[in-house]
Design a binder for this molecule. Structure first.
Ligand SMILES: NC(=O)c1ccc[n+]([C@@H]2O[C@H](COP(=O)([O-])OP(=O)(O)OC[C@H]3O[C@@H](n4cnc5c(N)ncnc54)[C@H](O)[C@@H]3O)[C@@H](O)[C@H]2O)c1
Length: 276
């Protein structure tokens, strides 16, 4: 007896552009979309990061192309979108995942006076302006086809401001409201716009945060960065961290036809840490 055909979620053969694709969550999103048969344009400010991501996708039956892209640069956003559209003859899904928490030497808040203007500006430039610029460039190619998906990676911090990272929290809240505004604008084009709000993922970004927490607060001194991360995980209702695939699968769902009537939402994937 033959098994029934796999349920088609409408993603096979679509083309997705993912920013920050060289990083932890970006790679998880790429793997989950690749599993669904989505062709991938993998963009990152780090050339080697984008290339490594594309190399990792070789095991899937799709094509994956790396692009070097600084999302804060309008002309680079336009050039990459043009290049992707030329290469794949389409652009169906955009995942704005690139994000930062300040410059390499950023300071945590508590007190607020420790946050400097440069960290505020760097964070807003990548996390907010970058999303705006890439959406603006991409929509030119996405409109008029009756189908499209934009998925913005916000954060639990954008739903519930965190005292040590007020600049980052504010930037991620801005992403949610931008998501809603754009969702309304493009709804009748058949384009949905949603946000995903991850909680705690053990990536380069979290390692950076844990180091800063240890430097600043006596209760974290003597702990490894991983132990500090685990303390935060333990405080969540489910008590488990999120894998990069936990985020990727929600992105794949939002991109699929299963989510065709969902738009303007900000979905928490955070072990129940925030419930409003
Ligand atoms: N790790 C977490 O716990 C967590 C929680 C909530 C939200 N997030 C968000 O998830 C996203 C991915 O974070 P991550 O944890 O994978 O971090 P990461 O540091 O591993 O990855 C971020 C990627 O973005 C790239 N990037 C940075 N600036 C860029 C720019 N100007 N243009 C293009 N690419 C740029 C980096 O090179 C890196 O590859 C971010 O938006 C982050 O704010 C992460």
């Amino acid at each position: 007896m033959s098994s029934p055909p796999a349920r088609e979620r409408g993603l096979k053969g679509k083309v997705a552009l993912i920013t920050g694709a060289g990083g932890g969550i970006g790679r998880g999103i790429a793997r989950c979309l690749a599993e669904e048969g989505v062709h991938l344009a993998l963009a990152d400010i780090s050339k080697s990061g984008a290339e490594a991501a594309a190399e990792e996708m070789e095991k899937f039956d799709i094509s994956a192309v790396p692009y070097t892209l600084d999302v804060t640069d309008k002309s680079q956003c336009e050039d990459v979108v043009d290049a992707v559209n030329k290469k794949f003859s389409s652009l169906d899904i955009v995942v704005n995942n690139a994000g930062v928490i300040g410059g390499a030497d950023f300071k945590l808040g508590m007190p607020l006076s420790d946050i400097n203007e440069d960290d505020w500006d760097d964070t807003y430039n990548v996390n907010v302006k970058g999303v705006f610029l890439l959406c603006q460039a991409s929509l030119e190619k996405m409109k008029g086809k009756g189908w499209g998906r934009i998925i913005n990676i916000s954060s639990r911090a954008g739903r519930d401001g965190r005292e040590t990272i007020p600049h980052y929290s504010a930037s991620k809240a801005a992403v949610i409201i931008f998501t809603q505004a754009l969702a309304r604008e493009v709804a009748r084009e058949g384009i949905t716009v949603n946000a995903v709000c991850p909680g705690l993922i053990w990536s380069a970004m979290w390692k950076q945060i844990a180091e800063k927490l240890r430097e600043k607060f006596p209760n974290f001194q003597g702990k490894t960065t991983r132990e500090i991360f685990d303390d935060f995980v333990e405080q969540t209702p489910l008590g488990v961290e999120q894998s990069t695939e936990d985020i990727g699968r929600v992105v794949a769902f939002l991109a699929s036809d299963d989510a065709k009537t969902i738009t303007g939402q900000a979905i928490l994937v955070d072990s129940g840490a925030v419930m409003h």
